[in-house]
Ligand binder design. Structure first.
Ligand code: TMP
Length: 208
């Protein structure tokens, strides 16, 4: 995929974290953010769904997502992302920050894709307004590991079986993505090791 300068007006760097539920990507992205802050690097951390009115609606509806038609669900994520790009991502990139984002349109591609939408269509709709990442860390874990972490950390007794087969599809969609900026990181390792791999890749990519 070509690098589109028009899409990247600022001088900042854009780093996305993706992975299935239970992959640990939020923990790792926050630790990476702290690591950069400690080095006095201008850094911002955001997540999607964002804090827009659409993002809030998505979080409110989280347990009922199955009852919403898929094209409606997709539109909520798209509207939320437009807001995030305009209000958070582009301004911070323009400011020269290293922008860290926990989930991006690859989540739409893989999750809404797993609910039956066309993955390529999802990506092309999003690319109309979304800047491309410089680097995307796909924190990958197998399904039993993810399910164990979900069972231990959240109160989600119901629907676990459904969740397991759904996440299997989501993970496959993630591993099928083919972009040069994607680095797959083994998320089964200890937090320290996963963070270490992220930092190593980051330094190889950005430091001279
Ligand atoms: P989180 O657990 O990382 O906060 O993500 C919330 C849920 O939203 C997670 O199950 C993935 C889902 N999601 C989508 O289905 N599509 C999207 O575009 C995004 C950003 C999240």
């Amino acid at each position: 995929m070509g690098y589109n300068l028009y899409m990247r007006p600022g001088a900042g760097k854009f780093i996305v974290f993706e992975g299935i539920d239970g992959s640990g990507k939020t923990t790792i992205s926050k630790l990476f953010f702290k690591y950069l802050k400690n080095k006095n690097i201008n850094t911002s951390w955001f997540r999607e769904p964002s804090d827009s009115k659409w993002g809030k609606k998505i979080r409110e509806l989280a347990d009922e997502m199955d009852s919403i038609p898929i094209d409606e669900e997709f539109k909520y994520f798209l509207k939320d992302r437009k807001w995030d790009v305009e209000n958070n991502l582009r301004p911070s990139l323009k400011n020269g920050d290293i922008v860290i984002l926990d989930r991006y349109y690859f989540s739409s591609a893989c999750y809404q894709g797993a609910r039956g939408m066309d993955v390529e269509m999802i990506i092309s709709e999003n690319r109309k307004f979304s800047p491309e990442p410089d680097l995307l860390f796909l924190i990958d874990v197998d399904i039993p590991t993810a399910m164990n972490r979900i069972r231990n950390s959240r109160d989600v007794e119901a629907k676990l079986f459904e969740k397991e087969s759904f996440l299997l599809k989501v993970r496959k969609n993630y591993l099928d993505l083919k972009y040069d900026f994607i680095k797959v990181i083994d998320g089964k390792e200890s937090i320290d090791n996963v963070l270490g791999s992220v930092i190593e890749e980051f330094e190889q990519f950005f430091l001279p």
